[in-house]
Design a binder for this molecule. Sequence first.
Ligand code: CP3
Length: 642
Amino acid sequence: MSSFSDKISGNGLSGFTVASFESHRVQEMEKLILQAGGTPRVVSSAREVPILENQEAFYFYEKLKTGYFNEVIFLTDPGVAILFRTLEEKYPPSHVYNAFKLTTLIARNPSVAKALNTAKLKPTLSVPEPNTWREIVSTLETHRSIKNLTIAVQEEGVSNPEFLKTLRDKGAKEVVSVPVYRWALPEDIKPLTHLIGLILNGDIQIVLMTNTQQFHNVLEVARGLGQEKQLMDAFSRVVTGSIDSVVSESLRAKGIEPDFEPEHGKMDLLVKEASEKGRVLYEKKTKKGGYFRSSSGSHLSLNDSLFIKACRQEHVEHTPIWIMRQAGRYLPEYRAIRSTVSFLTLCKRPDLAAEVTVSAQETLGVDAAILFADILLISEPLGFDLEFTEPGGPVISNPFREAQDFARFRNTDAVKDLGYVMETIKLIRHRLHPHIPLIGFAGAPFTLASYLIEGHSSKDFFHTRSIMEDDFAVWDELMNRLVSATVSYLNDQVKAGAQALQLFDSWVGILSPAEYQRFVLPYIQQLINRLIPGIPVIYFGTETAPFYPFLKETGAGVIGVDWRMPIDVAWHRLGNVAVQGNLDPHVLLTTPENVRRETEKILKLVNGKPGHIFNLGHGILPNTPMENVHAMIETVKNYKNI
Ligand code: CP3
């Protein structure tokens, strides 16, 4: 390999302080930046944590040894080593070796091939540069048709849903992901905090990104410091280089457009590109005052609304309030419109849905509007037949029950398939008071899956549990598909005009903490991680008290709590997040005096702590008297936080 100094001329980075979050090759990166004349600030942003008791890996192996997989794709060299170690601790090494002999092995790059050689295995196919998932797909396609193949993919800490989706779209019968380690924050985050401070101060001119996890971790630390938004804004003023198309895509998903990407995904080429283009790009940026558009920055007044400030845990004079299911049957205006059309028609008529949304916010005088829609609308474009019966609620006549049902599962293009929702959002934004934020929403994957599987509301969740417990691969696949669909649905809602997002996981409280951590948490993390950054995310569930100690791991900045626990206790267990809740909706069935008393009780427990959004502990009940609703809202509005 030619040395870096052969490849550049001049001191392209002189006068620049260049940041990198590279975790493995810190010294190499420092050296490259120095060679180009720059001042390096390289701080490791992640550490790999092997998954202990890796059930997914064992499950994969049980199938592998029967010759079940046509192809096994390896993405990372440390991943190969850890996977073999994990399996060889549980099974005889010779069996493991023989099991891998039954399938075609694909190595993403030469280092992965080398790691396989160490295990005395030789990859059947090698992938050309730049070694992204796209080359893997094309290599595979030249070798044989992807149609009907069963494929396992050894993944990095963060899954690459687009890669898996492409394999499925091209007709793969089954695509199983085999995670081997997760990325965690470094043990000591002080150096990372310091580097974030430098970026915020404008002391960094160029940032180089070398893997998909880095930006996620940096944002997580910034969020912990209450500086996520400021960091996103600061990123609009620095030049950002991305090592390859995979990293670029992950940055775009977070709302950052990389300024450059080298032709091949190599660190020296990345620095070379920075030294050649950095100066011009930086001048362009600073002259124009930043051409990055922050997704939240376009609604400045909304950003300073009570509701959004509370989501960011900033101090507010008055606690903001809105009500879950605020546009519903308890409202006379809603009943009037609803008497002329069915519930589904109402959802699909943007003019009516917008009217219902805006009139509820105006009648109540609450601090946020919530899109009028339903968590189950997304089931239709996914291939399910949805109906709302009266009484009884939603019914899906062709529920999901087994792997074969994936055959009729469709992918959705939210903007096209749920265009009526986007249209509604645009109309709402047009009609709503410009200082009132609009909350978009979706069902969280577990609650959505439970409806798709049961076909209706349930008490025992029998079929859902049996898929979860008996067929993890099917559960995993279903959840992954729902995550992808929901990410695109929610990001499209933001692009259409929503300022915050709520995920409804209404029924997740039926699980034990261990079940939640295994069958739900990783998917919620992935989902939230892929949402446009800077947009507050509220994660709501009921009976989730046993999960409080780890709910902030979801990545949601706001946690919705039900009424089963005093709010101060709940908040203490949740830790450093904003909290939404938690008046018992049944209190609203009593008297105005009682409503005032119970509402004040909650406000007193919170005691002005920044980051509280007043709401009910679950949706408002259809037989709630208006008088009581007003009593609650007035009490909150008249209460002054010191
Ligand atoms: O909060 C709002 O005002 C926005 C609109 C909204 C609706 N549903 C309208 C609706 C929201 C955010 C939802 C979420 C929703 N939908 C959830 C999660 C929230 C929760 O309460 O746990 C769930 C589980 C659903 C599924 C659903 N939709 C059920 C079980 C039912 C029937 C029960 C019921 O309340 O009637 C619906 C129907 C529904 N969704 C109505 C409304 C206003 C009532 C339909 C009608 O007008 O007849």
